[in-house]
Design a protein around this ligand. Structure first.
Ligand code: SF4
Length: 281
């Protein structure tokens, strides 16, 4: 069960090296979706050693007041929402922390980017239509449902996400489907372009083998597809095999993008000898 705690913060605009804003805003600490392959949980500022990822959320109850004070001093041009949490997770419906933050950003004319995987975001289309929402990166995937329930059991279904993307797009909100993570030997990236008729640009990200619980991820995948375990273990050890695999994925996606007249961006993590150390721990 997820435990919620109301907290007061002294700062809500936090400096960042991510090139999508001068500052990041995270209305919550923790995330009730608790996706297994989430790498946010490795971030020391959100870790809670006693509680498992996905079992706690701290609600920044005074975010609105603090934001207004900080905006007057820091005067950012652009901010990024949701770098280490999901701004539109179910608890948002009760506390509306993100909603109030967006209202303040609109009021002060601050532009924003958003990272999300939650269809609840479509409730705020009116706020985005005021013109300060630069882009929404909407995480999607299309792995088989039986695997989804193992890896991201509590997060919204892919169908709900696809519908939310369509709705945002119809409202003329700039939305980028962000296909992540591509799971080697499992993900069917080929057909994804056909899902989005009126969207020009799609981004992709390969599985991050550096995530600390990579063993749990591989174990869950191979509990359904036992033959895959050996292939993943080879990817962890064999640089050439790893690079050749991703090169083929790149070629396939590029070809499909061309065929469907879409633009794409693909992020693949560089091979690191460290991968296998994490896995073998
Ligand atoms: S929704 Fe995002 S922040 Fe939340 S657990 Fe999943 S990947 Fe992590």
């Amino acid at each position: 069960m997820v435990k919620f705690k109301l907290i007061k913060v002294t700062q809500i605009l936090n400096p960042t090296s991510i090139n999508l804003g001068d500052y990041v805003i995270n209305p919550y600490k923790g995330c009730q979706y608790g996706c297994l392959y989430c790498y946010v949980k490795q971030n020391k500022t959100v870790q809670n050693k006693e509680k498992g990822w996905g079992s706690y959320v701290e609600v920044k109850i005074n975010a609105k007041e603090i934001l207004e004070k900080e905006l007057r001093i820091k005067k950012p041009q652009t901010v990024l929402l949701g770098s280490i949490t999901e701004c539109f997770q179910p608890i948002e419906e009760k506390y509306k922390i993100t909603y109030n933050i967006l209202k303040i950003l609109n009021k002060y004319g601050v532009f924003y980017y958003i990272l999300t995987r939650s269809p609840y975001i479509q409730k705020y289309i009116d706020l985005f239509s005021e013109g300060f929402c630069k882009k929404i990166y909407f995480t999607i995937n299309n792995i088989p449902e039986e695997l989804r329930t193992k890896l991201e059991n509590k997060s919204p279904s892919y169908e709900e996400r696809f519908k939310a993307i369509e709705k945002l797009k119809k409202a003329n909100i700039e939305v980028i489907p962000y296909y992540s993570p591509i799971l080697p030997f499992v993900s069917e990236v080929k057909d994804i372009f056909k899902r989005f008729h009126n969207i020009k640009h799609i981004e992709f990200e390969g599985l991050n083998f550096k995530v600390t619980n990579i063993k749990a991820i591989i174990d869950n995948i191979s509990s359904l597809y036992p033959a895959i375990k050996a292939l993943y273990e080879r990817m962890l050890l064999d640089k050439q095999y790893y690079e050749t695999y991703w090169q083929k994925v790149k070629e396939l996606i590029t070809k499909e993008a061309r065929k469907n007249k879409k633009e794409l961006r693909l992020y693949i993590y560089k091979f690191n000898a460290y991968f296998n150390n994490i896995y073998s721990k």
